[in-house]
Design a protein around this ligand. Structure first.
Ligand code: DCP
Ligand code: CA
Ligand code: CA
Length: 361
């Protein structure tokens, strides 16, 4: 039996803003990704929990958020990715120190396998998680939410259960009851559309979902997705926590304003993503030798394409060029619409080091 933590920081970008300006803590804070169309065009990256009480959500147009907050004093701040990366790296360091195996998931999120150091005991694990939360609070002035269970899937669901500043432990004998009461859409990967489909069949909770046999699910979703759903509804998952550091690659993924497979639309988005990503690359003085793009398609499946460049570079132009070529290739046989779009760079090297080497040639 494993013991696994899923840790996710609360309202991450907005909380980063709060820690460098304490006066923000008492009002709604929205972190905005302004588009280059100027004015208020663009989307909300995230908002603190005060702003959420007014209905502000990630991905919402900035204009909508402003309308919802028009009667209250609130802060709309432009996203500062290099700063969030810096905080993220500190957070990852602290988490790594509490793990036997550490898996980086995203800027504010990781899985920790703690089986060995807790001797497989949930009481020890709960204590360890509390210590970890305390250290994060002391050193970063931040809160995070932890889910603890015997596998990644249930821990992930558990960390979403009580936010912010939560800690939810689901011991093996409680998995069935815990999941049963949650909504079908609480299973990672089950989105609005799938949830609707189940709702039409009068299946709302995960316990309801368990009434469907695997053959019915197969007919609805195909083998791969249905076996995932079938197992997820029962809290079954044996995907191991796999060592993955955040230093191997930098990436940026966004949810598109609409699902699409239109080249013009997607290449505009690629352009923006590359510019953001490039800030991080420069900030860390890195060169990259590989570029990849990722589609999360409307049916939630993933598609990735990547290429290796001839030489390491830190050029934004080359990043954009490579990404656009990959986009063209990926769209060539595309049938699904794309829902989320990402770009990543890997095979990183230090700018200074490299330039001094090339100086010798
Ligand atoms: N993000 C974004 N656009 C989105 C969703 C998220 O730019 N549509 C960014 C901003 C978030 C960060 O990613 O701060 C982490 O995303 P999460 O989904 O973990 O959301 P938050 O950390 O903001 O909030 P929560 O407290 O719900 O975890
Ligand atoms: Ca988060
Ligand atoms: Ca997250």
């Amino acid at each position: 039996m494993r013991i696994i933590f899923h840790i996710d920081f609360d309202y991450f970008f907005a909380q980063c803003e709060e820690i460098r300006n304490q006066t923000l803590k008492t009002k709604p804070v929205c972190v905005c990704i302004f588009s280059d169309r100027g004015g208020d065009s663009g989307a909300i990256a995230t908002a603190n929990y005060i702003a959420r009480r007014y209905g502000v959500k990630s991905g919402m147009p900035i204009k909508f958020a402003k309308a919802r907050l028009k009667d209250v004093e609130s802060a709309f701040l432009p996203a500062d990715f290099p700063y969030y990366s810096e905080i993220s790296q500190k957070a990852m360091e602290i988490m790594k120190n509490h793990a036997d195996i550490f898996e980086y998931v995203g800027k504010d999120e990781a899985y920790l396998d703690v089986t060995k150091r807790t001797e497989g005991k949930f009481s020890n694990a709960t204590h360890l998680a509390q210590q970890l939360k305390n250290q994060i609070r002391a050193e970063l002035k931040m809160t995070c939410t932890v889910g603890i269970s015997g596998n990644k899937l249930v821990s992930k669901i558990a960390s979403g259960f009580k936010k912010p500043d939560g800690l939810t432990v689901v011991e093996p004998e409680n998995v069935e009851t815990f999941l049963g009461e949650l909504k079908v859409g609480d299973i990672p990967g089950i989105g609005k559309v799938t949830e609707e489909k189940f709702a039409e069949m009068n299946l709302k909770t995960i316990a309801d979902l368990r009434k469907l046999d695997i053959f019915t699910l197969n007919k609805m979703f195909g083998r791969k997705i249905s076996s995932y759903m079938y197992n997820a509804a029962r809290g079954i998952d044996d995907d191991p926590v796999a060592e993955r550091a955040d230093t191997i690659q930098y990436s940026r993924i966004i949810t598109l304003k609409q699902d699409s497979k239109d080249f013009e639309f997607l290449s505009d988005a690629i352009d923006e993503i590359c510019s953001d990503l490039h800030q991080t690359i420069l900030k860390h003085k890195k060169m990259f030798k590989a570029v990849g793009i990722q589609f999360v398609q409307s049916d939630l499946t993933n598609k990735t394409k990547s290429k290796t460049l001839r030489n390491p570079t830190s050029s934004l132009d080359e990043l954009k060029k490579a990404s656009i070529i990959l986009l063209q290739e990926a769209l060539a046989d595309q049938t699904n619409d794309v829902r989320r779009l990402g770009v990543k760079v890997s095979e990183l090297s230090d700018m200074e080091g490299q330039s001094s080497i090339t100086n010798f040639f």
